[in-house]
Design a protein. Structure first.
Length: 182
C-alpha cells in the first residue's frame, strides 16, 4: 500500500463557506473549537506559502466570511457560489496544477462533502481537516465525515497536515507553524 505525503508545491488550502449567518446557527462551543483550528490552518498555510482559496455560499443571504476568520486571512478575494460544491470554475482555475487540497469549513455533510466528492472525481486529492469542519448537528458532522472518507478524502487534523507539509523542524516556517497550532 502506498503512503500519502503532502507536498507544498502541490497543495492549497480551501476555506469553504465560513459565513456570518451559518456561524450564528452553530453550537457556540463547537464553533469556537472549529474556528481555532481553521485559523491555525490559515496561519500555517501562510507560513508555508500555500495558496488560500475562500468560498462564500450565496453571501447575499448568508453574509460574508466571518470576521474571526477574515482577520487571519488578511487581504483575500472570495469566490461567490450558488452550488453547494466549491468546485466552481473560478476555484478550479485558482487551483491551477495543485492536486492536493486541504479543506476546512461548513457544513460537513453538504458543501464540504460535495466539494470533496467533486475534487476526487477530478483526480484531485481532497485532504479533509476533520477538526476544522462543522455542521449544525453533531450527527450530520459525523455522517458527513464518513461520506467524505467514502468519497475519497484523506482525513487528517490541521496539525498533522501542517507538520506533514513542513517535514522538518528548526526552520523559520517551523516556528510559525508551531505557534499557529498551539
Amino acid at each position: 500500500m502506498l503512503t500519502f505525503r503532502l507536498k507544498r508545491d502541490r497543495s492549497a488550502l480551501l476555506v469553504v463557506d465560513i459565513q456570518e449567518r451559518l456561524c450564528a446557527a452553530m453550537n457556540p462551543d463547537a464553533l469556537d473549537r472549529m474556528l481555532h483550528r481553521v485559523n491555525a490552518a490559515i496561519e500555517g498555510a501562510k507560513a508555508l506559502e500555500l495558496p488560500i482559496l475562500v468560498t462564500e455560499q450565496y453571501p447575499k443571504g448568508l453574509g460574508t466570511t466571518d470576521s474571526r476568520v477574515k482577520t487571519h486571512l488578511g487581504a483575500y478575494s472570495s469566490v461567490e457560489k450558488l452550488t453547494f460544491s466549491a468546485c466552481v470554475p473560478d476555484v478550479l482555475a485558482r487551483l491551477g496544477e495543485r492536486d492536493q487540497v486541504l479543506i476546512v469549513g461548513m457544513e460537513t455533510h453538504v458543501c464540504v462533502y460535495q466539494t470533496v466528492r467533486d475534487l476526487a472525481e477530478r483526480g484531485v486529492s481532497p485532504v479533509l481537516c476533520s477538526d476544522a469542519v462543522l455542521s449544525r448537528h453533531p450527527e450530520d458532522r459525523r455522517v458527513g465525515l464518513e461520506m467524505c472518507r467514502d468519497a475519497g478524502a484523506r482525513l487528517v487534523t490541521v496539525e498533522a497536515a501542517l507538520f506533514d507539509l513542513l517535514g522538518v523542524a528548526g526552520t523559520p516556517e517551523f516556528k510559525k507553524v508551531s505557534a499557529a497550532v498551539r
